[in-house]
Design a binder for this molecule. Structure first.
Ligand SMILES: C/C(=C\CNc1ncnc2c1ncn2[C@@H]1O[C@H](COP(=O)(O)O)[C@@H](O)[C@H]1O)CO
Length: 241
């Protein structure tokens, strides 16, 4: 059954926190929720701080095993592992599973940062280090902090949210300029054209903001781009080229 067809979805902790209707709950409950939020950060920092260099892979939760995009996710996970990167995903199905599966099959470290959702869900079966989060914002901090790069495969709202969060953090220099690779040229080309024709032409972003992304179908090109960008950053610190 598709998740959003569930007749009785549970109300998650994050939904309670973000609830803007039941004002009575705010005073009683939110201060306590802050402690739970703090514990998510502490668990994340403790579990992930010893991680070797890693790359976060994002993409649709709905991609079917065996499909072309799933196979691309597996190949990418394996190639990243062979280049000695851990592979971090959202721990769910689809592209997340594919990348974890590829990383595991190549003997790499496979990490899943799961999220509590209104419907039953467990981490996929290809994860060595797994964490479950209640709050998207705590989980997002871990993706950014413990990755050297982001690879983004075809996906929906969740994937776009992760992509644009990363780009905003790099653009505003909240994080070191690190590589963002978009994989799946035919899927992303329309978005890139729109960013160029509308956003750039309209003066909403700068040319260098578009340069933050590499668009490719080629796994080897993606990985060597990440390897050389990481080497450059190690040499030059935060300075942009
Ligand atoms: C919809 C389905 C499962 C949802 N399960 C998810 N588990 C973990 N992480 C998820 C899930 N759904 C979204 N995410 C995060 O967003 C990205 C994918 O979102 P999209 O809208 O599918 O593009 C992904 O990178 C995750 O971090 C089906 O069984």
């Amino acid at each position: 059954m598709m998740p959003n067809a569930n007749p009785n979805p549970k109300i998650t902790s994050e939904a309670h926190l973000l609830d803007s209707v039941h004002r009575g709950e705010w005073k009683q409950r939110d201060a306590w929720r802050a402690l739970r939020i703090l514990s998510e950060f502490v668990d994340g920092f403790e579990t992930l701080s010893d991680l070797e260099p890693a790359v976060s892979v994002f993409g649709s939760a709905r991609t079917k095993p065996g499909s072309e995009e799933y196979v691309l996710g597996e190949q990418l996970g394996a190639a990243l592992a062979k280049a000695n990167f851990g592979v971090i995903t959202g721990g769910g199905p689809g592209i997340m599973e594919a990348a974890n599966r590829g990383a595991r099959s190549a003997g790499g470290v496979s990490i899943g940062l799961g999220i509590e959702l209104p419907f039953e869900q467990k981490l996929n079966d290809y994860i060595d280090i797994g964490l479950d989060f209640r709050y998207f914002f705590a989980r997002k901090t871990m993706f950014v902090k413990y990755s050297q790069a982001f690879c983004v495969l075809p996906g929906g709202f969740g994937t776009l949210d992760e992509l644009f969060e990363a780009l905003t953090l790099v653009q505003t220099k909240k994080v070191t300029r690190f590589p963002v690779v978009l994989m799946g040229v035919s899927y992303w080309q329309g978005l890139i054209d729109w960013l160029r024709d509308r956003m750039l032409e309209g003066g909403k972003i700068a040319e260098q903001d578009l340069d933050l992304m590499l668009l490719t179908d080629d796994v080897d090109e993606a990985v060597s781009h990440i390897v050389s960008a990481c080497a450059y950053l190690k040499e030059c610190g935060d300075e942009t080229p």
